[in-house]
Design a protein around this ligand. Structure first.
Ligand code: ACM
Length: 276
């Protein structure tokens, strides 16, 4: 299974231009799975919810998903990437990502852990990430800041994922290093597709950290992009490596968990205070 990241530099609000330049990057690329960044077609910074709502896309009428379906059809692969999702029925806007085949979405995930001012713009997802067979392996999605909550990737490990696709717009340092641990502690592959460049809005300027990467279940960084510049990186993996959860002859990564003493993990901070 050939998996790859597509590191792009989206321009805010310029969907057509962003999709065109992502397509140009893919001209000579061969892969089974391609991962683009979080919000790769729209850019990241929005003044307010009203501005965001102008570019938010319902899943059944999404120019970004249509573009991904076409890339999937033309290249004979599946494509993962992020987009602002409008849920018209409930008047919600999610920071979402999908894994798409030429037919349509195979996996759909709404970001659970909103970063910083995303909380003023987006609604947080309500459902756990789910893994699904995407053809040559089993994959699921986490989005950017989800990396700092190890529960997110653990849920995918418990759902039999082999590969975690991780569309990102990273700002804080450490994610790329932390993902090595996330892969070791779950024995999973991960493809972090980050963006580069910066965005400015009013007094705010955000610079994105690049260094998209692909990590193996043993923590080996199989491929990493530079800090700046658009680029694509593809490696061939055997997803079945991620199904071996034996750490030693006597230790199974998931079966050895002590859920009998993990009870406190199930409570919110407030509930925990109440129990003390
Ligand atoms: C982030 O979650 N986009 C930092």
């Amino acid at each position: 299974m050939k998996i790859g990241y597509v590191q792009t530099n989206p321009k805010r609000g310029k969907r057509e231009q962003n999709l065109e330049s992502a397509l140009a990057l893919l001209a000579d690329v061969e892969a089974d799975v391609l991962v683009l960044p979080e919000l790769f077609s729209t850019g990241y910074l929005f003044a307010d919810r009203e501005e965001l709502s102008k570019v938010a896309e319902p899943t059944d009428e999404s120019p970004t998903i249509e573009w991904m379906k076409k890339v999937a059809a033309d290249k004979g692969c599946v494509v993962c990437g992020g987009f602002p999702e409008l849920d018209r029925d409930n008047n919600r806007i999610y920071n979402s990502a999908v894994i798409v085949s030429f037919v349509g979405p195979l996996v759909h995930y709404r970001k659970l852990h909103l970063f910083d001012q995303e909380k003023e713009l987006f609604d947080a997802g309500e459902m756990p990430p789910k893994a699904a067979n995407i053809g040559l392996g089993v994959a699921g999605i986490i989005i950017c800041f989800d990396w700092i909550f190890p529960e997110t990737m653990r849920m995918l490990a418990l759902d039999d994922a082999q590969v975690v696709l991780h569309p990102s717009n990273l700002i804080l340092p450490h994610c790329q290093q932390a993902m090595i641990t996330r892969c070791i502690e779950n024995r999973l592959f991960a493809v972090t597709a980050n963006r580069v460049g910066s965005e400015e809005l009013n007094e705010k300027k955000l610079t994105f950290t690049g260094h998209s990467q692909i990590v193996a279940p043993d923590g080996t960084v199989l491929k990493q992009a530079g800090a700046e510049g658009e680029e694509v990186g593809v490696v061939e993996i055997d997803p079945n490596q991620a199904s071996d959860k034996m750490v030693t002859e006597n230790n199974h990564l998931l079966k050895d968990r002590r859920v009998d003493v993990y009870e406190s993990l199930l409570y919110t901070d407030k509930e925990r205070q109440g129990r003390l």
